[in-house]
Ligand binder design. Structure first.
Ligand SMILES: [Zn+2]
Length: 256
C-alpha cells in the first residue's frame, strides 16, 4: 500500500482521463492521496475531488509564484475551508526564487501569513521550496512552525538541511528526482532521513520518475519512487511502502 502525499489531479492535464488515472493508481497499490490546491481555480477542484473519492484528501494554500496576486479575501477563504472534513493541511506555500513573477518580499509576507493561518486552524503545512532553503528554514523558525509541523515537499537540497527540518517536526517527502540518473542530492537525502520521517509523492503531472521522465506524471508512478528509495537504503520495497504510508496517515491525522 502506498500514499502519494502530493498530487495535482486538479489541473487541466488530467481533464481527459482523470478517472482512469485514479483507477491506475488503485491498481498500483496507491491507496491514498492528497490533492494540493494552490490558487483560486485549483483549490475548489481539490476539494471537489476529495469529496467525490473516499481516500482522496485535500490541501489548500497559495503558491509562492503567485504571491503577488493573493488578497486578504483569499486568505480568509482558505481559513474557512480549513474546517472542511477532507482538508488535511495548509499549502502548498513557501518561497520560489526560480521564477521572478512575485518579488521575494511579497513571497515572504504571504508565506508568513499562511503559517500564522495554519497555527490558528491547527493544521500542518506543506512547503514548496525552490532555490530558497535558507530563507525558508529561517522563516519557519521565526514563525515557530514547529507548533503545527509540516512537509518539505519534493525535497531537493543537500542532506545538511535535513536535521533543521526534523528539529521543527517536519517530514521529508521525496518524489521523481530521486530516480533521476544525474540527481545526487535527493539520493543522499533518501539515505539519511529517519524512516519515521520519510514520505513519498509524485507532484504529478510534473517530475515523472525514471523511466517516464519528461512524460506526464501520475500517482501510480509513486511506486517507482518508493522502489528507488528501498534500493538506496538497502531495505525491502514493503518496508518503505509500509513506513511511508503509516507516516502519512499519522501526519495528516487520517484514521483508516
Ligand atoms: Zn505541488
Amino acid at each position: 500500500m502506498l500514499f502519494d502525499t502530493h498530487v495535482h489531479l486538479n489541473i487541466s492535464q488530467f481533464n481527459e482521463d482523470r478517472e482512469e488515472v485514479i483507477g491506475r493508481a488503485k491498481q498500483a497499490g496507491v491507496e491514498y492521496m492528497v490533492v494540493v490546491g494552490f490558487d483560486r481555480q485549483t483549490i475548489p477542484d481539490a476539494i471537489k475531488l476529495a469529496e467525490e473519492n473516499p481516500n482522496i484528501y485535500a490541501a489548500v494554500g497559495w503558491h509562492p509564484v503567485d504571491a503577488f496576486d493573493m488578497e486578504e479575501s483569499d486568505l480568509k477563504w482558505i481559513e474557512e475551508l480549513a474546517s472542511h472534513p477532507k482538508v488535511v493541511a495548509i499549502g502548498e506555500m513557501g518561497l520560489d526564487y526560480h521564477w521572478d513573477k512575485s518579488p521575494k518580499e511579497v513571497q515572504k509576507e504571504v508565506f508568513r501569513k499562511q503559517i500564522a493561518l495554519a497555527k490558528r486552524v491547527n493544521l500542518p503545512i506543506i512547503i514548496h521550496n525552490r532555490e530558497a532553503t535558507e530563507d525558508i528554514i529561517q522563516i519557519l523558525q521565526e514563525e515557530n512552525a514547529a507548533e503545527v509541523g509540516g512537509i518539505m515537499h519534493c525535497f531537493n537540497d543537500s542532506a545538511e538541511y535535513v536535521q533543521a527540518c526534523l528539529d521543527m517536526n517536519f517530514y521529508i517527502s521525496l518524489g521523481g528526482p530521486v530516480t533521476f540518473k544525474n540527481a545526487t542530492l535527493p539520493k543522499e537525502v533518501a539515505k539519511v532521513v529517519p524512516m519515521d520521517r520519510l514520505l513519498v509523492e509524485t507532484d504529478c503531472p510534473f517530475l515523472a520518475p525514471h523511466p517516464n521522465r519528461g512524460k506526464r506524471n501520475e500517482p501510480a508512478y509513486v511506486k517507482l519512487v518508493a522502489e528507488k528509495i528501498a534500493e538506496l537504503r538497502e531495505v525491502s520495497f514493503e518496508e518503505v511502502s509500509q513506513a511511508t504510508t503509516e507516516n502519512a496517515l499519522h501526519f495528516f491525522g487520517i484514521d483508516r
